[in-house]
Write a protein that binds this ligand. Sequence first.
Ligand code: UN1
Length: 499
Amino acid sequence: MAKTYRNFIAGEWVDSSTGRTFENRNPADTSDLIGRFPESGARDVAAAVRSARRGFELWRAVPAPARGDVLRRVGDLLVRHKEDLARSMTREMGKVPAETRGDVQEGIDTAYYAATQGRQLFGHVVPSELRSKWAMSYRRPIGVAGLITPFNFPLAIPTWKMFPALVCGNAVIIKPSEDVPHTVHRLVEILLEAGLPPEVIQLVHGGAEAGKALVDHPDVPLISFTGSTDTGSRIGETCGRMHKRLSLEMGGKNAMIVMDDADLDLALDGVLWGAFGTTGQRCTATSRLIVHRKVHDRFVRMVAEAAGSLRLGPGLDPSTDVGPLIHEASREKVERYVEIGQEEGAELVLGGRRPTGQRTKRGWFYRPTILAGVKPSMRIAQEEIFGPVLAVLRVGSFDEAVRVNNGVRYGLSSALYTRNVNLAFRAYQELDNGITYVNAPTIGAEAHLPFGGVKQTGNGHREGGWEVYEFYSETKVGYIDFSGSLQRAQIDNYAGSPT
Ligand code: UN1
């Protein structure tokens, strides 16, 4: 019998007030039921907020280095549980263990980075324009942070949001994706085992209803969301109206540019990993391949041949290269786009169908697919598909490649393969993306650098690295006047002087 899991609210594991649950199944074998999870509603969120406000008052008083110590212990526990977390994540989400281990490692890196940030939440001391007066800034926590996370990085993305929020002294309410609730359940257990005071963390499972209640709640001043651009726009409307601080991490339509002087074997490894790793379900996935016409036909042949021999199957089977999609709706979306692409005139070079065979018959599998002859205006060149589909576009120059790369509404990551150092620097400068890789694929961002994109990929914030600590804290400025008399800035210091 599959286990029934609970929310974690007010320091206890509790059922949802709605009495409803949803199922969590293995996407590689839908007969494998992992568990049932609470389908929470607004009452559950309200209870979580009440408790989180108490947690916040307690936690903000803990010195930041001591908050960092908790995160260090979380990192140690993630190291200890890396293998079992990775394997249960593969069962829940589908990607192969090499990738789920990487997902856990990203959480470990984020934990240790956060631990050191507890000793580095720097402010500034700035010279005052007046005598016997000090001017300085420091960083204060904000309150209850509402975090809404997607399915594709079941552990890493929750950690990107939770750990900096916690080190900055906020309390956290997390609503993980309905597709991967189990991994965050485990993460919350680990946070508690590491010594996080229980009311500082609240776990509310569910779907849109719970997410909306969190965004709408007046006592949640800060929201961080990773997911689709459409949902992000709706969240943005509410947060704008309610003056909430909001970080959005949304869609991508990332391109790899392969120039005529590129090392094609290197570019081949890059595109296979970028396009078909995680079954294409990364915001950073390579979904467009922009190839210089001089190497186009040869390179497309190389990619098709190699992608055609990738083995599909359940991630826990060691011979598998590519796992399933997350659910049926996702596979249907991929199928629709492959049809649309062909109707628009693209040529199907590889895949374009579900696999047949024993290993894949019980899951949401779809074959790695390549469409060539794609024009920049086609929907498959513009819209995020979030599956193993690569659209190939032919260009005649670097300038044209830049135009094609930039001619979409998203701007997360891009990649350029070339041996020309001048083009490498031009790419860094001219490609409209938050991240540009040279001679490496569009995926694989490191946890200690700022992560995010321009245009409709985000709203200007970054996750990861040093910048995210500014998002989760508020700058407070203090002036201390020890002159013993009233000193008027901008006035007394310039009295009698024309300058
Ligand atoms: C995502 O797909 O939302 O750069 C995050 C990468 C990973 C993170 C991806 N480190 O591909």
